[in-house]
Ligand binder design. Structure first.
Ligand code: ATP
Length: 555
């Protein structure tokens, strides 16, 4: 057996080649040259993905662990539509947000709204009075060639000022700027007078105009690295796929494919409360397709345009968000580990306060469960996000739909809008992580590589091989195959080729156990069992194979 190969040393090309060769994942529309950002799952991939989703449903909806209060966690399932009333996406912020022109930083791959870029501009000053700043401001608005010295992303002037306060010392030193008069506290433009190389300037903060970004993006410094030459011009960009309801296809008929499954849960929260006996705290879980018109789909299935999510929205009293957040963060991390993503390939990363999403600014926290994919190594890529969404979504829907979404808590005798902890995982990224983790090169084997799947998620649970295609062996094999298939799902039966080739095929498919009917079977009613990982072989009684396998698959 080979030494464990680190993910950094695994070749993504080799993994993708195996996925194609063995029918895990195919390029969508391959015979027509493919379609960028879409992938189809072949027979082994479809089963692998189903096993992952089944494990999630089983472990989160049907048998979740006890909660932080020591009581059983209450969760129910949901299956909402991909297309909803377009107002859902206005309320959630997806329509407004994703319609805005966006700018990409080609270097850091970060994207921001064009109208959120602020710059620090200077102009030579005569007397340096604050009035003169009007000239700076006007020029920043009107003259696209007037470039700021540095920039920041800010939704409002206050944020831009905060940025300036925190970064001024470092940036001014680099730019050799000396402040000669400080800005007044209340001035949103932070107008100040400065000196540089003996020359007097007046400077301050102003929004970078869309004109400037369109025409002079190459000379505007990035808000992330402060170097110029890496920003794209603003591009109108809607991440949501549009379609039309009905045949007329006018602007009024526009609808969207959901970009996340979460909103389907929020808009059904009241229905679930009214029709089941769930009480706070409780969760609603949903598994299903989501669509995002990603600008640069890349890294195999990692960033696709059509993908599947496994999401839980867990509703609780606002005072309990911290303990539920910690519970879900740790539970979800342990779950990925239980499926075989072990060691330091899996990482829990708590977000810094300044990268929190708009809905999570004041909450219990946000963390990403990240996996070290071969294409991110030595870095990591997000597998699942666990976020405190506060009551942001329910507030939005209560307002937009004019619906009463408050909950009356009988135990507390209190009416409130619950807060939400959201563990949101990607099934496709999960499958990709399982594939990368399982991929184990082994030059000693005929297949040169084997897929070391955890038995619980392995697509093929077992294989049955009659050693030769005669002497009654195929008949015994067929009977065993039928029995195992009825009990465990996908079980392979292969009476052809050399036994070495058949083992090699199963190694590449990641089948944990192969049972061979040989001449001894005919005399003592036992079969050879071959263990995928250790290559050990021992014998099991033919009539005990089912129970033996059951024990192995659940241990
Ligand atoms: P990223 O920053 O990588 O775009 P995100 O933070 O936008 O991801 P979320 O909106 O939190 O992702 O979605 C939850 C999960 O859905 C992610 O953790 C990921 O597993 C999955 N996911 C999101 N976008 C994609 C995509 N384009 N392709 C495949 N899976 C995705």
């Amino acid at each position: 057996m080979s030494e464990a190969t680190t993910n950094a040393a695994k070749s993504m090309d080799d993994i993708m080649a195996l996925c194609k060769r063995r029918g895990f994942i195919f390029q969508a529309s391959e015979i027509y040259g493919g379609v960028n950002g879409f992938w189809d799952y072949g027979p082994l991939g479809a089963q692998l993905k189903k096993n992952l989703k089944d494990a999630w449903w089983q472990d989160t909806v049907l048998t979740p662990p006890d909660g932080p209060d020591g009581k059983p966690v209450s969760i129910v399932g949901l299956d909402s539509c991909i297309i909803q009333n377009p107002k859902v996406w206005e309320a959630s912020g997806h329509v407004g947000g994703f319609n805005d022109p966006m700018v990409d930083d080609k270097e850091t791959k970060q994207r921001f709204r064009a109208d959120h870029l602020w710059g620090f501009f200077i102009l030579p000053a005569s007397d340096g009075s604050a009035d003169e700043f009007r000239l700076v401001f006007e020029r920043a608005a009107d003259d696209p060639s007037f470039a700021p010295l540095f920039t920041c992303v800010a939704g409002a002037s206050g944020e831009a000022r905060d940025f300036l306060t925190s970064n001024r010392k470092k940036l001014f030193k680099q730019l050799k700027l000396k402040v000669t008069s400080e800005p007044s506290e209340s001035d949103e433009h932070a107008v100040m007078t400065l000196e540089k190389d003996g020359q007097r300037y007046i400077g301050g903060l102003a929004p970078v105009s869309s004109e400037a970004l369109s025409q002079s993006h190459a000379s505007i410094p990035s808000p992330f690295t402060h170097s110029a030459g890496q920003l794209t011009p603003p591009r109108a960009f809607n991440l949501m796929f549009k379609t039309f309801l009905g045949a007329t296809a006018t602007e009024d008929d526009i609808a969207y494919l959901r970009p996340e499954t979460a909103q389907g849960i929020f808009i059904n929260y009241k229905n679930v409360l009214d029709t089941t006996r769930v009480k706070m705290p409780f969760g609603i879980a949903q598994l299903g397709k989501a669509f995002r018109n990603e600008v640069t789909p890349r890294n195999f299935t990692f960033r696709s345009r059509e993908f599947e999510q496994m999401e839980i929205e867990f509703f609780c009293h606002p005072d309990t968000t911290r303990e539920w957040y910690a519970f879900w963060r740790d539970t979800r991390m342990a779950w990925w580990r239980s499926l075989g993503l072990t060691g330091d390939n899996l990482l829990l990363r708590e977000h810094d306060a300044d990268e929190l999403a708009h809905y999570a600014k004041t909450g219990a926290g946000t963390s990403d469960i990240e996996y070290r994919f071969p294409f991110t190594a030595p870095g990591f890529g997000e597998l699942e996000g666990v976020a405190d969404r506060s009551n942001f979504d329910l507030t939005q829907h209560a307002e937009h739909a004019r619906a009463k979404l408050e909950y009356f808590d009988q135990e507390r005798n209190e009416r409130y809008l619950p807060h939400v902890i959201e563990p949101s995982a990607g099934a496709d990224r999960g499958v990709l992580a399982l594939l990368c983790e399982a991929f184990t090169p082994d030059p000693e084997r005929a297949s040169k590589v084997y897929m070391r799947f955890h038995p619980r998620i392995a697509p093929i649970k077992a294989a049955v091989f009659p050693l030769v295609n005669k002497d009654g062996m195929p008949e015994i094999g067929e009977k065993l195959h039928k029995e195992l298939r009825a009990r465990f799902g996908m079980v392979d039966f292969d009476p052809k080729q050399s036994i070495g080739k058949r083992y090699a095929r199963m190694d590449e498919a990641g089948c944990p156990y192969c049972f061979t009917i040989d001449s001894d079977t005919l005399s003592d009613q036992t079969v050879t069992v071959r263990h995928r990982d250790t290559l050990e072989q021992d014998r099991v009684a033919l009539d005990k194979v089912g129970n033996w396998l059951a024990e192995k698959l659940t241990s």
